[in-house]
Design a protein around this ligand. Sequence first.
Ligand code: SD4
Length: 348
Amino acid sequence: MSDRRRFMKLSVLGSAAFLAGKHVMASPQQEHKPVSVKGHPIVISTWDFGKAANEAAWEVLGKGGRALDAVERGVKVPEADPTNQSVGLGGRPDRDGFVTLDACIMDENYKCGAVAFLEHIVHPISVARLVMEKTPHVMLVGEGALQFALANGFKKENLLTEKSKAEWKEWLKESKYKPEANIENKHHQNVQGSKPGDAKNHDTIGMVALDTNGDMSGACTTSGMAYKIRGRVGDSPIIGAGLYVDNEVGAATSTGVGEEVIRIVGSHLVVELMRQGYKPEEACKKAVERIISRNPENAKIVQVGFLALSKNGTYGAYALQKGFSYAVKNGNESKIIDAPYFYDNEAK
Ligand code: SD4
């Protein structure tokens, strides 16, 4: 089916679903009644590298610990991994060669903290948690966020690895920046010693978890879009865009081109759709469809993926483009799942 026919079909289906959605909201009997699954913890996170992060989160969750502690512990794994070029140490720099980090965290009591445009700190997620717990604010940015981190005992470090520096220098030769789907992969492949597909799993980590007590929390951390304009901040540190947790309903997080996610306040939208009764995958799909409906042409060339966990422990994801994966860990298994998607650009 051509993209256009597919989109037309989607629009028609979307209209029907929209009417159905209104009906769901209007009918009290069909309202989503959250059922907490106490005693059955679960953690899910974006991309293949989420698997190792989930294992770290499980060290907390598996012992009956708090989801908040689990998600912080979990996302610190890719943050500290110099081979992961989209998060923390080793992240790809902005177009001027500076690694700038964005992160946010949210707990079961609607408390949240965030940092954006933060430099030199390996674990922005822990700074975000301190903003949440030790200040009356939600977000600190740039130099102020750095000062706050240093005042609280964090160490100033160089986050630009030789590999990320070499790739950036390669990119500088043409200095073309357009946030297409999998743009990081294309640049990565230009660098000596890199194989096509090496960077497939390199992207933002978003993680959401449900603990033994039936409480939910989430964390999201990234170095943002590679070679962005200095000062650019994406969706990842924006509560409601890159992450949202509503302990009555569920939690969601996102990855991909943050500008698209911010425009629809994506993660909050996914959670609100779950509140209306949509299952996690359906809610993620509807958020993706919202992006498509707002700008169908642009939606064909950018990647966005949503991942959601409901209060009753069910989960799901959906992406604009083929290629988004996520990791799931519970008491029985630890696995990686390829997310369903709308466009298959790889087939072209
Ligand atoms: C951002 N969503 O800064 C993040 C980063 C990302 O592919 O996922 N890049 O827009």
